[in-house]
Design a protein around this ligand. Sequence first.
Ligand code: FES
Length: 376
Amino acid sequence: MTSHSEVEVPSEAELAAMSREELVELGTKLDGVELVEYGERYEPGSPADKRAERSVARWFLLAGLSSVLFTVAFIWWPQGYRGAYDPGQWKYALYTPILGVTMGLAIGGFGMGVISLAKKIVPHEVAVQERHHGMSAEVDRRTLAAEITDAGHRSGLIKRRGAIKGSLLLAGGGLGLVATVPIIGGMIKNPWAQGPESDLWVTLWRPVTLSDGSVRKVRLVQSDGTPVSPADMEAGGMITVFPGVPGGAKAADSPALLFRLRPDTPVMVRAGQENFGYGDFYAYSKVCTHVGCPASLYEQQTYRILCPCHQSQFDVTDGARPVFGPATRPLPQLPIELDADGFFVASSDFHEAVGPGFWENGKYPAWSSHPKGSPS
Ligand code: FES
């Protein structure tokens, strides 16, 4: 115990008999600490002390209440896409800002509460100490524990300060709630309750049933709503398309890539999906089957789609089968045809669930493809 050479180290029995204050004093001496300043910020119970306590509690209260508001908004505030002129659109537009503001206040309030606690309640201490190497001796650890406990006693956090303890509990519990509400919310807003029409199973490419009972197939449109016809694309080209319905460009599972291959390109078609393309045109989901990034890069010469997240590559000439990288499933193919006006429409929704492997729940048959035009 070289650092303690000039201080007599008490025996185990003497240590056990020492008061908290004596242990604190011993600890500073043993550590070679020079206490320049040490003590309570305010006289316990004085008006200044109570003011400090209320000020800290207010921050934790703000954090706790904001966490509860975040949770309530996350679960019950109306959410989803609404057009700019739809009635009640403002409510939907407020969803994200409300989540951002309440979560910001919860985290910020908690942080301010901790800072305020350290500045106004925890005993003020200015100490100078030499650093040492290696693990601390038992006596050092005991005295350090006493110092921490002493700070708790002197700041009143152990026996008094119900307001701070209560609000801190509310803030800590609230922040825990904020962290878990995505799971809790998912259970309350049960997506399975809608059965086969659940958002889990359908995308906006599904044909729309109109009020007169007729069914309209959904057009492939660009981000500005322009429908796409075969004459709009050069051979070898690719564009991103969205369902031509309200909110189509906002739905995360709906973007697709429309390709026009060069004439006479040898193409393999997937068994059972021989008629999904239209001439040299093929459409695939843009959502990578690895973990859902947009597979947005295209190498025109090799007909490879590249996902920039983890470099999965998909072969457009073979049903968007993965040929490199971590993705294990092909990009789902969107069946396409032309409508009466000569624009592309989706013949039906995707036949497979879009996106990452979580949804591989029996919907995916084993892969097989064969040259286009040949019997399967
Ligand atoms: Fe596309 Fe990982 S998300 S490769």
